[in-house]
Every structure is written in structure tokens, then in C-alpha cells.
Design a protein around this ligand. Sequence first.
Ligand code: FES
Length: 138
Amino acid sequence: MDREKFIKLVSAGTLSSSAMMAVTACATYRYVEARHIGKQLEVSKSSFGEDTFVLTRNPGSNAPIYLGKHTDGTYSALSLECTHRQCTVNPTGKTFTCPCHGSRYDQEGRILEGPARRDLFSFSVTTDADTIYIQLPT
Ligand code: FES
């Protein structure tokens, strides 16, 4: 195989892998809109559909907020910003894993494995019949 064919083959493989990762990421995590009013975000309960969690943009960070719906009817909100060096952690089943250096957190955001030493930031959440209110830090 000559050098030019090899470079084209490697480039095509790299592009295919990148495209697959992008498709997978889009297919796995669903973003919902939140209304930003004052120091809180408002998310409609109906935006969950059948999902047990959704993501929404965090106006204070590049990492999104993980909004979980629990079987007892309560909701929780965690920042997906890793407490080690601020990479975005990924929901992986019942844990969160950081792709940068491998820190892992449990489903409540408590640290399971470093190098991170602090839990994920947990937002205060309140609800009414139709809406979830996420309190942003001051
Ligand atoms: Fe997450 Fe380093 S940034 S483990």
C-alpha cells in the first residue's frame, strides 16, 4: 500500500469513528429546554416523557445539568462538571464517569473513584404539579 492510500484509509477511519461517537452521544442523552428566570431554571415535568433523566443547559458552566426523575416521584439535579479539572462527566448507567482522567461518581454524585476528590455539585430542587425548579448557586 502506498503512502497516499494509507493516509486516506486512516483519515476515513478516524472520521467514521468521530461520526459514530457524535451519533451515539446524540442518541444517548436528550436535552430539554429550561426557562431561566432570575436565579432558577424551570423545566416542565412533561418534557421527560418516558425517560428517567434528561439534560439541560447550565448557564453557569459548559457542562450540562443532569435532571433525574426517581421512582418515588422526586427529582434531583447534578452538575455534570467533573470536580477534578472540569471535564464533562457522562451518565453511565447508575454511575457517572469522567472521560478525561477516569473519576467515577455514584448516581447521587458522590465520588467513588479519583483523581477527583469532591462530589458533583447538587442543585436544590423544588417542584409543583407541572414544573421542576432548579435553584442556581449565587
Ligand atoms: Fe475528570 Fe480529571 S477532569 S477526572
